[in-house]
Design a protein around this ligand. Sequence first.
Ligand SMILES: [Zn+2]
Length: 376
Amino acid sequence: MEHWPALGCGPMSRLTHPAALLAPLLLLGGTWSCAQPVQRTSAVLEAPVPSPPGTASPMIRIRYWEDRLPVLGRADQSEAHLCLGELYLEVQDAPAARLHFYTARSGEVSLREQAQASFGIGRSYLLQDQPRMAERHLAEAAKNLDGPEGEECDYLLAFAKGGSLPGVDAALVARTAAYTGGAGTTPSTRPNGSTSKGAYASVQRRDWGARAMLANFDPMEKPWRLTVHHTAEPAATYKLDASYREMRDLQRMHQTGNGWADLGYHFLIDQAGRVIEGRPMSAQGAHAGDFDRNRGNIGICLIGNFVAQPDRGDEYALAQSPSREQMVALESLVASLRRDYSIPATQVWGHQDFKGTACPGPFLQGWVERLNPNLQ
Ligand SMILES: [Zn+2]
């Protein structure tokens, strides 16, 4: 049996991560390539930063480009965002890919670059089994893409529409297999797009380097309710590495600091909208209060501080809002869990519905209250 600290879900104070990525950009044209960094003549770019070879792993290239983004000129930034989007698609991190494509598309880029960004956004939705969302962006992209990209876009658009796929060559099928599940050249409808139980998180425990769960947990009964939280720690980064670090920090605090078997929550959602696996669903959570309050209760925690906490210093004085990506991910996760476990809207709660805490903050609590008729 785990024991419970007096205070709510916020872990102890710790350093937060600087926001580096998301300055709005005015974008200019140019060609781009993910294989090699774009060569430019500005003084900044002549700094002796080694370029990763085209054969370097996607994660090394991602780190390279993310580190350089702040010192790039505007035109180079637009290319870097397109490039990062492609790299994140390569590692199948759809939310991060989409963020970069949206950023690239938000300025005065050429029609072709806009189309490339829309193509990327469409593919990111296919990776997440959201063909309807994909369709709109792919249709937009198809107007201004030609060559191999245009062929891929047309093919994936047909796939997203769920009808018969046009007969195409094997190379194209292979290039797009990540987005179609290898649906192939034969007439086909989309395979069952629903998420199977246990596959809610796009980032698994092994990805972020989880330590093993300790023995002092209670088995989870069949889930019949869920509760939304925030970490109560400021967060301002979309970087994957930062989320991994955050997860390890939280687990250490919950296991070592609180004496719990594992992270209190079953799922966390980072600022980029990635759903990250926390405590295994086989174990009852430690997030809503005492034993009875955690029975059958799935804990979902958004990374960020959504409550003003001026007593904790300047860094905490203003409440953040959840990112748009976090809210999209929350909606989708809650919908999937409710469907798979038959959880009614009347059993969707905020932490403050169980005990005296401001968690998860007015924005998220408002979201909960709009969903749960018992709270209206
Ligand atoms: Zn909480």
